[in-house]
Write a protein that binds this ligand. Structure first.
Ligand SMILES: Nc1ncnc2c1ncn2[C@@H]1O[C@H](COP(=O)(O)OP(=O)(O)OP(=O)(O)O)[C@@H](O)[C@H]1O
Ligand SMILES: [Mg+2]
Length: 258
């Protein structure tokens, strides 16, 4: 079998006496979408925080293209080609759409971008940055909002901008934490369509409570329950797995699984 682009091995994370991740093993293949589902508090965001470097693991390893990134800084991991979004929106309310996307292009420009103009000057004047930002705004339907401040956008547009920031860095591996949470049905459908189009060719790990989105996008579904993966299989297999249904009963009745 081909090497996984991202591999999580025997991963543990404790907060004091609280043992939140308890030996997580997961593998993400090139161009695959792996959805991570599980009840509230299962450890999904903690898993993303450890993979992306926001938290160090208590034990275990994370390999990106076969090289350990466990405990590396978030910016080193981003530079290695992994980008993520957050469960809670992380935009700067008083920064424009255009400037958010310009900043997100920094990963590919690298430290040498800070030439004689300085970093911001380089971002403002580089044609390749402008072309990439224009392309993204067009693809995301944000071109009319280029000069608007992020704080003035609708919630769905803010989520779209966050997707744009993830894509602007040209990542090979993308982690999205509940990207459609809080959206209406029609916004979710529009977002899911864009997500599928724009992440083609990338490896995608997606935390999502909306089972419509999960079954639309995922090639495989991993179920995290109390810090452990209790199932990882094709969506249809997971849907009928007895241990998964037990884990969800009560917590998520009516979400499409139970
Ligand atoms: N920095 C932290 N310090 C202490 N406890 C934490 C920290 N981060 C997460 N936890 C705890 O770890 C557990 C798992 O939290 P996490 O946010 O990973 O769950 P989740 O699966 O993402 O849940 P949700 O579906 O509600 O987003 C929770 O009990 C939470 O309180
Ligand atoms: Mg979470």
């Amino acid at each position: 079998m081909s090497q996984s682009v991202l591999q999580v091995s025997a991963l543990h994370r404790k907060f004091g006496t609280s043992h939140v991740l308890r030996g997580v093993d997961l593998a993400l293949q090139a161009q695959q979408c792996l959805a991570v589902i599980g009840p509230n508090g299962a450890g999904k965001s903690t898993l993303f925080n450890v993979i992306s470097g926001a938290l160090a693991p208590s034990a275990g390893d994370v390999l990106l293209y076969g090289r350990s990134i466990a405990g590396h800084s978030p910016h080193a991991i981003a530079r290695a080609g992994l980008a993520r979004s957050f469960q809670i929106s992380q935009l700067f309310a008083r920064l424009s759409v255009l400037d958010h996307l310009r900043c997100a292009c920094l990963r590919e420009l690298g430290p040498q971008a800070a030439g004689w103009r300085g970093l911001w000057g380089s971002l403002l004047h580089r044609r390749d940055v402008q072309e990439r930002v224009d392309g993204l705004m067009g693809a995301l339907g944000l071109q009319e909002s280029a000069q608007r401040l992020a704080g003035e956008l609708s919630y769905a547009q803010q989520r779209m901008l966050e997707l744009g920031m993830v894509l602007a860095s040209g990542p090979a591996v993308i982690l999205l934490d509940e990207p459609t949470a809080g959206m209406s049905r029609s916004e979710t459908l529009a977002f899911t369509t864009k997500l599928r189009e724009l992440t083609r060719g990338c490896a995608l790990m997606l935390v999502e409570h909306d089972m419509g989105v999960v079954f639309e996008l995922a090639d495989r579904v991993a179920v995290l329950h109390e810090g452990q993966v209790i199932a990882c299989a094709a969506p249809d297999q997971v849907r009928t797995d007895a241990s998964v249904r037990r884990a969800y009963l009560g917590a998520h009745r009516g979400n499409g699984l139970c």
